[in-house]
Each structure stands twice: as C-alpha cells, then as structure tokens.
Design a protein around this ligand. Structure first.
Ligand code: SF4
Ligand code: SF4
Length: 305
C-alpha cells in the first residue's frame, strides 16, 4: 500500500539541487512524518546515500522504495541491484525497474536482466518488477509481459515529454495495463517544472486520473512537501505557503566551460538539445528539466536549478 503522493528523489540529487545526504534525508524523513510512505529513486539519480541516511529514522517495513537501472545483462543487473542494496543499506527493494524503456523491443533486448530481477523476486529481495518510460509503445509492450507489474510513465495534462503520441493515447494504454491489475505511478506531473504557471490544473489532472495509484513529485524543500501533502489530500493551503512555493522556477543551465563533445545531445530523449555552430543549443519548449543530460557531461557543466 503506497501513499498517493510519491517522493521523487531525482530533484534533490547531484543532477539538480545537489543537496547533501543529510539535507536530503531530513526532507525524506519529514515527508514520511507527513504521510508519504513511497519514494522513487534510480541508480542514475545518485540519491542512494540520501535514502540510506533517511532509512535510519524510518520503519523500513512501512516504507516502499522503487528504484531503477539501465541493466541489460545478468552481470549488469547484478551490479545495479547489489549497488542499490549496499548504498541504501537495505535487504530488499520493494519495486525494481528497468529505466527508460522505449518499446516491446527494448524490453525483449533487456530480458537477461529481467530474468535476474525475477530470480531476486523469488528470493524475496524484490517485491515487484516494473519499467519506467516516456513512450506509449513501451506501455503497450508491457501488456505482453505479465512479469511487468508496475509502470512509471510520464503523466501530465499536456503530455509534455511523451515521445510517441498524446496524453490521451498514453491513458488508453495505461488503462489496459490497469485493467490487467498492474500498478501505475506517474512522473513529471508538472512537466519537470515547465507547467508551473498552471500548477492547480496540473494537480487536478493527475489527481483525477483513475489509472494512477500514485504520482511522483520531486520536492526540494519542507515548504514543497507541505504544499504537496495538503494539495493531494484536498486540504486548504495557506496563502503564505503558496507564495513561498510559487517563487521558484527552474531552468537548464549550461556553463561556459562546455567543450562541445555532444554527449548531452545524444542522451536527451526529448530532442531538446542540438549542436548549432559547434555549440549546444537548448530548445526550452521540449526540455522537461529531467537533468538526465547532466549525468553524461564529462565536464559537469549542466545543471537544472
Ligand atoms: S535537455 Fe537535459 S534536462 Fe532537458 S529534457 Fe533533455 S535530458 Fe532532460
Ligand atoms: S556533455 Fe557537457 S561538455 Fe559535452 S556538449 Fe554537453 S554540456 Fe558540453
């Protein structure tokens, strides 16, 4: 059983706000005290140390952790899974997923890793297996694999970030997955921060979706936790809190010392980056502020803040 509000840990990690493990842990712990018992992580996010610190103060059996990796073989799956256990100092991961699946073909191509995760499930070290995706095709593909029990798809009112169709088409696929008994928790309800001018509509949209069991929001401050907890539970939000939370907008920044290697352009699934006259150019209307491009930058010059 998970809380409707899932704590998205990406935004506290080095790809975005870069909080220390202690700072991140105090936020996760505060969220837990406010009723959030579900957390989304990933090997890519580098937030395992934050979670490890938080777990010192959280009853493990009352907390649901979901994490994901890019493993494609038994060896890479074992490395990723053991890293998750060691770095979070836990004996099991509640939901373990393959990150950024794009279609039935990528699911098939990663099947050796999936077999490893299913073995861990039999041993009780994983409770449910799943995929995360920005693609409707991957949700359709998952329908053919009963072993995929959880999906973590992009879900926001404009379908921002969905790579191969509209939000309506995504919902049709999710509906079929739900009918089969799968669990679904959405990501990027605010389009990674791009829909901040329509926060209320964004909340209304995701909270009214019958397909979603939960929705992950990245939260970087105690105020954001308070705001989201109140909003999801339908309680009144003090106007001072709304003002404090509304004051922050985010954008992708590329520092001057970029060496134009192009790695970020290849990494961006959303086609928001391109090389123009030997320099990286950002198409901000396509950027969902996920920060994934920062994970491949050899010069550490990309930040979302
Ligand atoms: S440019 Fe970077 S932050 Fe923006 S969508 Fe692409 S990977 Fe994500
Ligand atoms: S990965 Fe970093 S160094 Fe390479 S082009 Fe992108 S911003 Fe520049």
């Amino acid at each position: 059983m998970v809380s409707r509000l899932c704590y998205g840990s990406l935004t506290m990690g080095p790809l975005q706000r870069n909080l220390t493990p202690e700072e991140g842990a105090s936020l996760i712990r505060y969220g837990y005290e406010r009723g959030i018992n579900f957390l989304d992580a990933a090997e890519l996010y580098e937030t395992y140390p934050h979670i490890r610190e938080a777990l010192k103060y959280i009853e493990r059996d009352k907390y649901v952790i979901s994490s994901k990796c890019y493993a494609y073989s038994e060896k890479t799956a074992k490395e990723s899974f053991e890293k998750a256990l060691t770095e979070m100092n836990t004996d099991y991961v509640d939901i373990f997923m393959l990150h950024e699946q794009t279609s039935e073909l990528t699911i098939k191509g990663h099947y050796e890793a999936i077999e490893y995760f299913l073995k861990k499930k039999q041993e009780g070290k994983i409770k449910a297996f799943g995929i995360s995706t920005h693609y409707i095709d991957a949700v359709r593909g998952a329908l053919k694999y009963p072993e995929i029990e959880v999906i973590h798809p992009i879900t926001n009112m404009n379908g921002l970030g969905i790579q191969d169709g509209s939000m309506d088409e995504m919902l049709m696929a999710l509906n079929q997955f739900k009918a089969r008994g799968g669990g679904i928790y959405g990501m990027k309800p605010l389009g990674g921060g791009n829909l901040l001018s329509s926060v209320d509509d964004c909340f209304d949209f995701v909270l009214n979706l019958k397909e979603l069991d939960a929705i992950a929001f990245g939260m970087q401050s105690f105020d954001e936790i308070d705001y989201n907890v109140l909003r999801v539970s339908g309680e009144a939000i003090p106007s001072e809190l709304t003002q404090r939370v509304g004051g922050h907008s985010k954008s992708l920044q590329i520092a001057d010392w970029c060496i134009s290697c192009g790695a970020c352009v290849k990494k961006c699934d959303h086609k928001a980056l391109s090389m123009v006259d030997g320099k990286v150019s950002i198409n901000r209307s396509k950027c969902v502020l996920c920060g994934y491009c920062a994970s491949v930058c050899p010069e550490f010059c990309i930040k979302v803040y």
